[in-house]
Design a protein around this ligand. Structure first.
Ligand SMILES: C[S@@+](CC[C@H](N)C(=O)[O-])C[C@H]1O[C@@H](n2cnc3c(N)ncnc32)[C@H](O)[C@@H]1O
Length: 255
């Protein structure tokens, strides 16, 4: 089995955020629970995604997962396309669109080989995806290719110099008597699908250096303040921790 097959299998078993949902899959209650969880854990997404500014714009989401951001672009009236490696994600997103009477172009495919023409989109969005693919440089290049000159890119990738990465290292290197294991190695083996990568701020900027302007913003997440699988420190603790130690790096760029 190739690395790509393993990544596909991992996300096909349970698209992002769906493991903890109790309601029957594909129902209105199921999707509402997904939205509630996302708003509770990642309320800052809307500030970066700017869903409301995309009405009438040609938007591509790379790696839509269970579609919680995707549906928000659709509700905002974007002329929307999406691609994900898994059939399961695509099925959920089709059900989700049908429940709300919305339309979009949904494809199962690979971020490393986007089946779209150069400059086909006004905006390309990808949240927590390209660090899971084997050739992240190629996926970043593809994203830059399909956005039009003057168009916007917004991509979230994981941050190596973060509290999540440190926790992972303490758990899987230090406490196992293997302190020589690197942050990259433990992230690759123990965070979500096998092969996950995490970047420094400089490396994130470099990935999108072909764009005419790029900013990279680190964001502290509840995952940085998690002390066990389901136990989070209270949100106020975050006020004392700088964002530069956060697990998410948001890359915003203009081509
Ligand atoms: C952490 S989930 C994020 C999903 C969604 N963006 C979200 O924020 O909920 C990662 C997603 O990336 C997709 N993915 C991984 N590698 C991919 C690739 N090479 N091409 C397209 N999608 C990919 C997976 O199928 C999965 O849906």
């Amino acid at each position: 089995m190739t690395l790509k097959d393993e990544v596909r299998r991992f996300w096909d078993q349970a698209p992002c955020g769906t493991r903890e949902i109790q309601s029957e899959e594909g129902t209105k209650e199921y999707f509402q629970a997904l939205e509630r969880n996302r708003d509770a854990r990642e309320p800052f997404i809307a500030d970066f995604a700017r869903f409301g500014e995309h009405g009438g714009k040609r938007v591509l989401e790379v790696g839509f997962g269970a579609g919680t951001d995707f549906i928000r672009f659709a509700r905002a009236g974007a002329v929307l396309s999406g691609i994900d490696l898994t059939e399961h994600g695509a099925r959920l997103v089709r059900q989700r669109l049908a429940l709300e009477g919305l339309k979009a172009d949904i494809q199962v495919g690979d971020a490393e080989k986007l089946p779209f023409a150069e400059a086909a989109f006004d905006s390309v969005y990808s949240w927590g995806v390209i660090h899971h693919t084997e050739d992240t440089v190629r996926a970043a290049r593809e994203i830059a290719r399909v956005v039009r000159p003057g168009g916007r890119v917004c991509v979230m990738i994981y941050h190596r110099h973060s509290l999540v990465a440190l926790q992972c290292w303490i758990l899987h290197a230090l406490l196992r008597g293997r302190p020589w294991r690197s942050l990259s190695e433990v992230i690759c083996r123990h965070i979500e699908s096998v092969g996950t990568k995490a970047y420094s701020i400089g490396e994130a900027r470099e990935l999108f250096s072909s764009l005419s302007s790029v900013t990279v913003t680190p964001v502290l997440t509840p995952y940085d303040l998690r002390i066990s699988r389901s136990l989070y420190l209270p949100r106020w603790v975050g006020r004392f921790v700088p964002d530069r130690l956060g697990w998410f790096l948001i890359v915003e760029g203009v081509k």
